[in-house]
Ligand binder design. Structure first.
Ligand code: ISE
Length: 341
């Protein structure tokens, strides 16, 4: 909990690349109750430049040093996924709330180490950056399903399209970076667990970088018998497009298209499509960050838990296994610790 009388939660940010920089701006200008007092980045010059740009008082030489800073109340981890485990475990050891961008960690074993640290601490300190849970349209779909009038969910059809990606993208990243979101949002929407997954790959798009199995079709089997299909496309060309429709026993519910003016011009009718995930989920990111800060102030943890981070990583891992085996792969997880019940 933040010291009584403190004007704002003093956040330290580790990793100041694209999403880290975005969160700093958000904490300083879109959210109330927080300020950013320190940054650290593997690239010291970048940390310095960001500190200057946002007038952040301190730059630390390492994430560990930032976490130990007594003037930092809460940690935001936005560094490369492979570093998350170290920083999240250190923040838990220091008793500081930590917001960790997705993925919680790059392997399910690393996630288990985080769970073990949090369970040993005896309280939830970790929130994972699954921002879709804060998107008003996803929340509306969940509320509709929860009303029960559509009956039990039978199917979910999901689309996750990017416009284009760099050559550094691999087919595995399509699953453990991009589709990581659906491995969280599908169980959250359907209130059920993914128990097995299978990945299918059609003929690859000839515009995709060589070797990229783009697009992929990911099937998710849920414990209660529902099945979700997820199209993951990295080179859709026209914009960033995320969709979901859930088929229930008595009706269906779908995410609406994001609001955009309908333009009639020179013989066409058109509407703008978001260009990337930051634009599409800007509101969700703002709400996510505000609710995290509010929870830190209240000394609670309300957002996506480390448990959710773990099961999403386990699901993506099984999908990566299916990409090579072609088979339906089980998603094996440990029994849920009482802390997350
Ligand atoms: C990107 O890396 C993200 O994290 C976005 O949230 C995701 O939707 C997108 O597909 C990825 O490229």
């Amino acid at each position: 909990m933040v010291t009584q009388g403190t004007a704002a939660v003093r956040v330290g940010v580790i990793g100041v690349g694209v999403i880290g920089g975005d969160h700093i701006r958000r904490l300083l200008h879109a959210v109330t109750g927080a300020t950013v007092v320190a940054v650290a980045d593997a690239d010291g010059a970048r940390a310095q430049a960001v500190a200057e740009e946002f007038s952040i008082p301190r730059t630390h030489a390492s994430g560990a040093e930032l976490i130990a800073d007594p003037e930092v109340d809460a940690i935001l981890v936005a560094s490369w996924g492979g570093t998350h485990e170290e920083y999240v475990v250190a923040a838990i050891a220091a008793g500081k709330p930590v917001f960790c961008e997705k993925p919680l960690a790059t392997t399910s074993q690393a996630c288990l180490n985080i769970l073990a640290a949090e369970v040993a601490a005896g309280r939830r300190l970790v929130q994972v950056g699954f921002m879709r849970q804060y998107d008003p349209s996803y929340r509306a779909v969940k509320a509709e399903l929860a009303s029960g009038r559509l009956g039990a969910p039978l199917l979910a059809h999901c689309i996750h399209r990017n416009s284009s990606v760099t050559h550094s993208w691999s087919s595995e990243m399509m699953l453990n970076d991009a589709c990581m979101h659906e491995f969280n949002i599908v169980p959250w929407l359907l209130e059920d667990d993914v128990v097995a997954t299978q990945v299918l790959h059609p003929r690859p798009n000839s515009d995709a970088p060589a070797g990229l199995a783009d697009p992929l079709l990911v099937l998710m089997h849920l414990r209660g018998g529902a099945i979700a299909d997820v199209e993951v496309t990295m080179n859709g060309h026209y914009g960033y497009d995320v969709r979901a429709e859930v088929v229930g026993e008595r009706g269906t519910v779908a995410l609406p298209d994001p609001a955009a003016p309908l333009v009639r011009f020179e013989g066409t009718r058109s509407a703008h499509v978001a260009l990337d995930w930051r634009e599409r989920f800007e509101t969700a990111y703002d709400i996510e960050m505000q609710e995290w800060v509010d929870a830190v102030v209240a000394g609670t943890s309300t957002g996506p838990s480390a448990w959710e981070g773990y099961v999403a990583t386990a699901g993506a891992e099984a999908a990566v296994a299916s990409l090579s085996s072609g088979a339906l792969e089980p998603v094996d997880v440990i029994e849920r610790p009482a802390l997350y019940s």
